[in-house]
Each structure stands twice: as structure tokens, then as C-alpha cells.
Design a protein around this ligand. Structure first.
Ligand code: ZN
Length: 94
């Protein structure tokens, strides 16, 4: 019983460490996503006016891959359809 508890404690410590690594990786990827999306060549969600066609299709493909592209939640994973993203796409559709 004693040994079992130690094993569980060790597993828990490993999982905590792993979760922390994943959180750091997630934060890094989010920053990367924002950086790429704000790149002038990419179009950019924050850019004033209508993004160029290329940038917009990049954003739509991000949306299709499950990310928000709206200003509210930009770069976060979607759990379903987002009205803000839908409105953003609708506004910029040609
Ligand atoms: Zn959204």
C-alpha cells in the first residue's frame, strides 16, 4: 500500500510537469499564431479595413482548423461555431 501511494504520487508529479509543459507550448503556439496573423503579408485580423484576399483565406483556413479568428477570442480553440467569427467572415467575404 505504501509503495502504491508513492507510485501514484510520482505519476501525479510527472503528469503535473507534463501539463505544465503543454500549457507553455500552448501559450507559445498562441503567440506564434497571433504573430503570423499580424504579419503584413498574411493580412492580419487586426488590420484596418478589409484584409487582402490571401490573408482572408488564411484566416478562414485557421477558422476551419478550429481556431477563433474574431477579435474577441483570436487564436483560441473553438468549441463550436462562433457568431463573432461568422460575422467577421461574412463582413470580409467577396
Ligand atoms: Zn470567434
Amino acid at each position: 500500500m505504501e509503495i502504491k501511494m508513492q507510485e501514484i504520487a510520482a505519476d501525479l508529479a510527472r503528469l503535473k510537469k507534463y501539463a505544465q509543459l503543454l500549457e507553455e507550448e500552448n501559450a507559445r503556439l498562441k503567440e506564434e499564431l497571433v504573430r503570423v496573423a499580424r504579419d503584413p503579408g498574411f493580412g492580419g485580423a487586426e488590420a484596418a479595413g478589409v484584409p487582402e484576399a490571401g490573408g482572408m483565406s488564411n484566416l478562414i483556413s485557421l477558422y476551419d482548423r478550429g481556431f477563433h479568428i474574431c477579435n474577441l477570442y483570436f487564436g483560441e480553440m473553438r468549441t463550436g461555431d462562433c457568431l463573432f467569427c461568422a460575422a467577421f467572415i461574412e463582413r470580409n467575404r467577396r
